[in-house]
Each structure stands twice: as C-alpha cells, then as structure tokens.
Ligand binder design. Structure first.
Ligand code: GLN
Length: 481
C-alpha cells in the first residue's frame, strides 16, 4: 500500500474492507517517520503506546464487522500545543520540555473518539510564536519541497508532516496565521475555523481571544472531515458557541454558480510577489469559470492589522505566560535565594528570545500610562477591522486573497529581523482579529517549484461555504498546478 496516497477516506475504507489493519498502518507510518523525519524534523514526540492501543481498538471493531467511526484508522499528528494525557506536551519550549499533562485537550479526545490514531506530537514555534518554526527550542522544521527553506509557522511540523507523507492529517492552531501560512508554504490544505467553533480546552494558550484550533489535510475533503470530528460546543470551554454543526461533507461537490467572491484590491498591490499574485488571480479565474461572480471590494483598515495584532497578541501572551514560574509547571532552574530570584532564573533559562521579547512588549502595552495609548487603541482598531469584513460580507459570500506575500523563505533569512518576520503575516492576521473562518489551498507553484497558497475567508460560522468554494477551486485547479 502506498502510504503517500492515503487520504482520510481511503485509510478508513482500507481498514473497513480488510485490505489492511489499523495496526499495519501504524507500523507503516512509524517506519516512514523513522526513515524520513530526521531530514524534516516535523515530530518532537512519538506516542507509540497510545497509537498501538487505539489501532488495536479499531481492529477489534473491524473484526466484529461493526461499522467504523468516521476517522477509523486514520493516522494523525497533533501540534505540540495540545495536551495529551501520558504523552509529553512541550509547546516547543524548554520550560515544558518534560511536561506531561494529566488530561487530553478536547480536540484530541474528539479525534480519538472518531477513530483517529495519534502518531505523535509535532514541532512548532515556542508557544506558537513565529512564522517559520525557527523559534522551536528543539530544532527547526524543514520544508519538504525544499529543505533549505522554512515550512512556515507556527504549526510548521503539522503542515510538513502532511507534505512529507508522515501523517494523513493533522491539527494546528492559528492565532495570526499559523495554520494557513504553513499550509501555503508546504502545499497542503489548512483550515482555520471560526473563533468559538472548536474548543480551546487543553490548548496551551498564546493569545486567548485569537487562538483557533483547526485541521490540516491533503485535500479540502480531508480537512472537512477532520473539522467535523472536532467542531461544536464544549462544556469545558465557555467560549465555544452553541451553533449547530452542519454536515461539512455535504458541501463537497456543491456548485458555486451565482455566488459572489469578494476580491480586496489592496491585497494584490504593494509588497506582493508577482508569482503569488498571478497564481491567486488564476485561482480566482477558475472560480469565475465555475460560475461565481467576482466583486471588487475594499478592506480599508488592513494597513493597521499587523501593529494591532502584535499589541493584542503580546498583551494576552504576557498574561498567559505568567503561569510558567517554576512552581506550577515544568522547569525550575535552581532554587535561588528568594522566590523572585527562582522565578527569574527559571524564566530566563526556560523561555527563548522571541517569547521574552513578546512578554516584554505585552507587559509594556498593558502597563499603567500606556494601556490607553496602545492596548485600548488596538482593541478599537480591531473593531474597525472586523467592521471592514462585516461590510464586505453584506455583499459577497466569500473573500479571496493570497495566503502569504511570498512563497517559503530560506531558513535564517528573516531570523534576525523580527519586524520582517511579523510583516509576513499581513494577509492572515485580519481574519484572526475578526474571528472569521479561513482556509488556505494550493493554487500554483513558483518557478522554483515552491507551493503558493490561496486564502478563502468566510462569514462567522460559515465554514460550509468556505469549504464549498475551496473544493470547487481545488477541483478546477487539479492537474494545472
Ligand atoms: N506568526 C504569527 C506570530 O508570530 C502567528 C502565530 C500564530 O498564529 N500562532 O504571532
């Protein structure tokens, strides 16, 4: 069986129809990971005991001839920011290098309830802060399309594992673009659901009002099936919404005739790589050919999105990360003479440079005297950015933009220039600030063979329409990439 060709559906069908067993699939994927992941670095921890236990459960169901749950036997990978009982969870940080959580994140238990098999935990930027995966305290991830380049971040391991064929599907988290941007760089599909659609219980917090858990897959259908398993109200996360979860699979194959695509002109102007804008325009053209109407729109507050995001995200991070103090979780560096000395030593040794930079920035914008000038002002601009989307969505069904201004950059290229790194998030942060759903799908390749991503954004809780458009575009582009 060619593991590279497996999809969510075909993995389940192969187990259901006894062409293979879940245990044999797990064996096959671990062999592949052991042979190939050294060159990519997508995994931080393999959860073999857990994977084989789940595989045995699925095989027993198949032996009984029972119908299998929707993700039965599907080998998946989990970004290492979601807690997993009895399997270490590091958030890519030294401060949690040996941390084993006593409970599972809701998304993890939902995937297992749906029959998925968790192969392991994937590498990421420390506490999900980054756009290149170079901020992992352990090792960087390399882009499977060109190993001298980054896979994107912060969910770089989860995207690279799909592109390298070392998992069929995976989970990531998107706070400012961390699902969509690595999906674009690695040539896979990455879906950020609406804020409140998927539980954050057990997600190690970066910026609580912006963190969105979501899936990666090889296809739009795979991403839809993963979303189906994890979406919906969770009594353990009071910010999840009690909005009915539709059958996403039914959207796959529905036409978009007569529906409207908004294209924000300012997203195709300054600073964007010509190959990227050409490929995205080509994808838009395919949707026009499929019967959609293209409507020029404007999102006028976009130029303020990056500073707004980096004020709000760092403010929330500085508060969330206060819990790592050498007492409650993970690392304690020496005892120190006083309690505050112990805190200082632990945080100094445990956090990397980017995390420290953000704690300082966040503490500053929240401090007395600066709170109104920075934090409060950023919250006001956030409302304006959300209003831009509300006004646009009064006229169109979805909005299409490039996912990133350039294809994957080289390892080290932006590592010493945090501002250049932050600017790479220009097309993704706006949707996080507004809390709307978005997907990145492959829409072409640069002349160097690097994947290019097209972003489709939708209305709150309307992942269904996003998936419908994404599937039509994917289908139309098939064979042309
Ligand atoms: N690149 C952005 C940042 O560094 C987004 C990260 C994310 O979405 N987790 O904050």
């Amino acid at each position: 069986m060619n593991l590279d060709l497996l999809t969510v559906d075909s993995a389940r069908t192969a187990v259901l129809e006894k062409e293979t067993t879940a245990t044999a699939l797990v064996d096959g994927f671990y062999k592949k990971i052991e042979a190939e992941d050294g060159a990519i670095g997508a995994y931080l921890t393999l959860s073999k005991d857990r994977a084989y236990r789940q595989a045995a459960r699925i095989d027993a169901l198949a032996d009984k001839g029972d119908d299998l749950p929707p993700l039965a036997g599907v080998p998946v990978a989990i970004k290492d920011v979601f807690t997993t009982k009895d399997v270490r969870t590091t958030a890519g940080s030294k401060i949690l290098a040996d941390f084993v959580a006593p409970y599972d994140a809701t998304v993890v238990s939902r995937l297992e309830d749906a029959g998925a098999i968790i192969l392991g935990k994937t590498n990421c930027d420390e506490f999900a802060m980054g756009s290149s995966n170079e901020n992992s305290a352990f090792h960087p991830v390399r882009n499977p399309h060109d190993r001298s380049r980054v896979p994107g971040g912060s969910s770089g391991g989860s995207a690279a594992a799909i592109a390298a064929g070392t998992a069929v599907a995976s989970l990531g988290s998107d706070t400012g673009g961390s699902i969509r941007q690595p999906a674009a760089f690695c040539g896979v599909v990455g879906l950020m659901p609406t804020y409140g659609r998927v539980s954050r219980y057990g997600l190690i917090a970066f910026a609580s009002s912006l963190d969105h858990p979501g899936p990666f897959g090889k296809s739009v259908k795979d991403a839809a099936m993963m979303l189906q398993a994890i979406a919906g109200r969770d009594p353990l996360d009071s910010t999840t919404a009690d909005v009915p979860v539709p059958n996403y699979r039914e959207q796959i194959g529905q036409p978009v005739t007569g529906m409207k695509v908004g294209v924000p002109l300012e997203y195709f102007e300054e600073g964007i790589d010509l190959e990227v804008s050409t490929a995205v325009q080509f994808g838009i053209q395919e949707l026009r050919n499929a019967g959609a109407e293209i409507v020029p729109i404007s999102l006028p507050h976009t130029p303020y999105a990056i500073p707004t995001y980096y004020v709000i995200a760092t403010a929330e991070a500085s508060s969330n990360l206060a819990r790592y103090d050498g007492v409650r979780y993970g690392l304690r560096a020496g005892d120190g003479k006083t309690l505050s000395e112990m805190y200082r030593r632990t945080r100094d040794a445990g956090f990397g440079a980017e995390v420290k930079r953000r704690i300082m920035l966040g503490t500053y914008v929240l401090s007395a005297g600066y709170y109104d000038a920075y934090y409060l002002k950023a919250q006001r601009v956030r409302s304006l950015l959300a209003r831009d989307f509300d006004e646009a969505f009064a006229k169109v069904d979805v909005i299409i933009t490039p996912t990133t201004p350039t294809p994957a950059f080289r390892l080290g290229e932006k590592a010493d220039d945090p501002l250049a790194m932050y600017l790479a998030d220009i097309f993704t942060v706006t949707a996080d600030l507004a809390g709307i759903p978005g997907i990145s799908i492959p829409c072409g390749k640069s002349k160097d063979g690097l994947p290019i991503g097209m972003q489709i954004l939708g209305k709150h809780f309307d992942e269904a329409t996003v998936l419908r458009f994404a599937h039509v575009a994917e289908h139309a582009l098939a064979g042309k990439l």
